[in-house]
Each structure stands twice: as structure tokens, then as C-alpha cells.
Design a protein around this ligand. Structure first.
Ligand code: PRP
Ligand code: ZN
Length: 286
């Protein structure tokens, strides 16, 4: 039994960079030298495995890794017995059907009797069944987007993120089958030590996420407007108010949520706030 938490992340692909970034933002030092398949953090009890994303659900189910970061798309396709711990907010994409761009398309019925290449045969066959479409699924393990141009298939079912892969291969997206993002999954029977390390990791992830959605705001306000301005700015408890050299004015510090940000700024200006500064927050512990 090891006293570390083993995490599996994608070796190379859409999720690799952001998965590592997330761990680094949590203050975990990882030396990810080129082509390393396994590494340990120097300042947190975690071991990182760099794997093919398609293999991650199996490894986590088997307990080779305790937790993993994968796309929901892979999770659905592999259908393993795992615990979904958290959605991570990055790696957003969709699993779509695409056909050569010069071809006409009216509805899904156009795919009746056609050949569709994909690495997502389970999700695709469920979808086609639900849509009552009879098509031939060609399961291939990669480079799906070239299948139509080499005559292997009439359509493809693959992930689309920016759309540039489809574009460079002369394809157009015709149906969205599902939307996906990166998620954190865990083995259903974690050991006590592993569970407690995971709890620490989740605590840090929450602090990072909360900080990303929140800004620190500083402004100058005339003293006779302080009440009105404090009402607009709830802060974590209440705003900090500091006197300025000019005795009629104060400096007000608070935090605001990103999604209310512009609305709040407009109200503050209307109440006479000046010199408004907005700064990012790195971590936020409530
Ligand atoms: C997916 C998909 C496409 C690409 C689409 O690959 O297979 O190649 O992303 O992205 P775009 O719309 O921004 O061009 P992924 O990184 O998931 O790797 P994998 O399919 O090899 O696992
Ligand atoms: Zn993959």
C-alpha cells in the first residue's frame, strides 16, 4: 500500500495542458519531463501517470490509478464503474457527426445506409438507434477525420472543439450528439489515506476555481456615498474601508463575482466611485 494518491491524466491531447495546469495552480510541483510516463510531486503526496485518455477509465476502475481526469465523452464511451467527483470546466467540446462540406444535408435521415467512421462506436450506435437510423459503423482508433477523403466512410462521428480539424479536412458538422468537458473521476473504493489526500486536493481545486470567478476591487468613494456603495459591494464579509489623505474620501476594497462584475461597476460609478481598480485573485479560501 502506498501512501500517495495516484492520478492519471492524458499524456498528449486536448486535456493534457490544462490538467497539468490545474495541478500546478493547486500548488503541486510536477516535473513533467518529455516522454515521462510517471512522476511524483515534490511537495504533495501525489503520483502522476501520463496515459492515453481512452485507457484512463479502465485504470481507475481497476485501481491502478485512484483518480483520473478525462473527458465526459470518454467516460460515456467506456462505461466503467467510477465515481464522478467533479466537473472541471475545461476541455469543453462536442461529439458530432460531420460529412464532406460539399454534400447536401437535410436531416439525420440522410445518414440511412451510410458508413460512419468513429472511435466512439458505443455512443454512436445508441444515438443512431434512438434516431431510428440504420448506418454502418466503422470503428477506427484514430485520425477519424481523414476517413471520408480516403473513401473509408461517408461521414464521421468525432470530437469538435475549435472546429479546425473538420475545416482542414473539408468536413462540416451536421449533428451534435453530446456536449462534453473534462471531469475528475475516482475509484469507488478509495483507501482511507487516498480519500484524505483527495479531500485536500479538492479543497485546493475549489479555492482555485472560486478565485477564478472572483475579482478583487479597489475604489475611491466620497464619504457621504459610502453607505450606498457598501450596499452594492457585499464582499466576503463586508467591504474594507480605509481613510484617504483627503478626509472627505475613503478607499473601499472588496471582492465581486465575475458574472455580476459589469453590473456592479456601473452601479458604483453611478454612486460616485472613482479610480476603480480590478485585480485578479490567485486563491480564495472561505
Ligand atoms: C480531438 C478530435 C479531433 C480534435 C478536434 O482529439 O479527435 O482530432 O480533438 O479539435 P478541434 O475542433 O479544435 O480541431 P483529442 O485531443 O481528444 O485526442 P484523441 O482523439 O487522440 O484522444
Ligand atoms: Zn482519445
Amino acid at each position: 500500500m502506498t501512501n500517495k494518491l495516484k492520478i492519471a491524466i492524458q499524456k498528449s491531447g486536448r486535456l493534457s495542458e490544462n490538467s497539468l495546469k490545474l495541478l500546478k495552480e493547486c500548488g503541486i510541483d510536477i516535473d513533467n519531463g518529455l516522454n515521462k510516463l510517471k512522476t511524483e510531486a515534490s511537495n504533495f503526496p501525489i503520483e502522476v501517470f501520463f496515459l492515453r485518455d481512452d485507457d484512463i477509465p479502465q485504470y481507475v476502475e481497476d485501481g491502478v490509478a485512484d483518480i483520473g481526469i478525462v473527458g465526459e465523452n470518454v467516460l460515456l464511451e467506456k462505461n466503467k464503474n467510477l465515481k464522478l467527483v467533479d466537473k472541471l470546466g475545461f476541455g469543453k467540446c462536442r461529439l458530432s457527426l460531420a460529412i464532406p462540406k460539399e454534400q447536401n444535408y437535410k436531416s439525420i435521415k440522410d445518414l440511412n445506409g451510410k458508413r460512419i467512421a468513429t472511435t466512439y462506436s458505443i455512443i454512436l450506435s445508441k444515438y443512431l438507434k434512438a434516431q431510428k437510423i440504420k448506418a454502418e459503423i466503422h470503428e477506427i482508433s484514430g485520425s477519424v477525420e481523414i476517413a471520408p477523403s480516403i473513401g473509408l466512410a461517408d461521414a464521421i462521428c468525432d470530437l469538435v472543439s475549435s472546429g479546425s480539424t473538420l475545416f482542414t479536412n473539408g468536413l462540416k458538422e451536421v449533428e451534435v450528439i453530446l456536449k462534453s468537458e473534462a471531469v475528475l473521476v475516482a475509484n469507488k473504493k478509495l483507501g482511507k489515506t487516498q480519500q484524505s489526500i483527495l479531500d485536500k486536493l479538492l479543497f485546493r481545486m475549489n479555492a482555485v476555481r472560486k478565485a477564478k470567478n472572483t475579482k478583487y476591487i479597489l475604489l475611491n468613494a466620497p464619504n457621504n456615498k459610502l453607505d450606498a456603495i457598501c450596499k452594492i459591494l457585499p464582499g466576503m464579509k463586508s467591504p474594507t474601508i480605509l481613510p484617504l489623505a483627503d478626509k472627505d474620501w475613503s478607499s473601499v476594497h472588496s471582492v465581486v463575482e465575475e458574472n455580476q462584475f459589469w453590473e456592479i461597476i456601473e452601479k458604483l460609478k453611478a454612486e460616485g466611485a472613482q479610480g476603480i481598480l480590478v485585480v485578479p485573485i490567485e486563491k480564495m479560501i472561505l
